[in-house]
Design a protein around this ligand. Sequence first.
Ligand code: NAP
Length: 292
Amino acid sequence: MSRTWFITGANRGLGRAFTVAALAAGDTVVATARDPQTMSDLATERLTVLPLDVRDRDQVFATVAKAFDVTGRVDVLVNNAGYGLVGALEELTETQIREQMDTNFYGALWVSQAALPNLRAQASGHIVQISTVGAVGSLPLFSMYNASKWALEGFSASLADELRPFGIKVTLAQLGGFDTDWAKSSMKFAEGIPAYSAVRESILGMRDYPDMSALPPAVEKTATEPASDPAAQDEWVEAAPEVAAAALLDLVDDPNPPLRKIIGPSAHQMVALALDARRQDYITDPEFTWPA
Ligand SMILES: NC(=O)c1ccc[n+]([C@@H]2O[C@H](COP(=O)([O-])OP(=O)(O)OC[C@H]3O[C@@H](n4cnc5c(N)ncnc54)[C@H](OP(=O)(O)O)[C@@H]3O)[C@@H](O)[C@H]2O)c1
């Protein structure tokens, strides 16, 4: 049976790969992008492209309503739009912090909220929140990215229980590294202050944040991939976005999808190490006992 999808941030990276994979599977897609022109190469009658900046709540509600008008139903809703903000907490401006939360957290929240009356009416649907292994562990200089995705996961875990009686499913797709613009042109950086040069060196492999506008693409790429991850003690490995798209198709085929689905290279190990670090921390407390 063919499905209907609603995907945010569908013009590049993972969102584009999800859109292409869903279309290739014979499904119908409402793809949203800040600039719909960037999707003109994918034109087919099973694809509707609508303009959407997920930070704009009114536009979100109007766009979701239009999607249901056009297609009549949404079986899979993918909250994908997002980006990474890099900077030590005291280096970040209020505007940078609010924009990170407006996009990664509120954006997904508004889209979910807008779709719920229709999903309840159709008594079905699968909301997939594109999260990260960074919503299980954390990384210095990524505090606001971590916070935005932990917040996404917090409301979504509660939502999963709220929506179960209505036949609506929720999954947190916890992704590892994928080769998109996330760690390249999409990444936003603070104005560095010298006290954090050593942290930058250990995490990013450089003493200053890169000036993305001044870097050629090859340097830009190596400049923005985390050099180390203390939570995972692992090499940063990236897979093609199509790998994530194939895993997403498997996920939405599952009649009983999990609340949390780990996807990507090294991602399982990163989650295991982050959870173990949390447990090790708790068990220093004699009142904390691990259930048998
Ligand atoms: N790549 C990874 O390794 C990785 C790992 C874990 C999680 N993720 C998550 O995966 C999602 C997709 O990222 P990606 O890797 O595909 O990065 P990407 O190639 O940079 O694509 C990001 C997409 O999000 C869109 N977007 C950003 N802000 C938006 C806004 N305010 N309104 C609407 N769309 C907006 C971008 O649109 P524009 O073209 O208009 O900027 C673009 O389509 C993000 O939520 C990211 O946090 C990625």
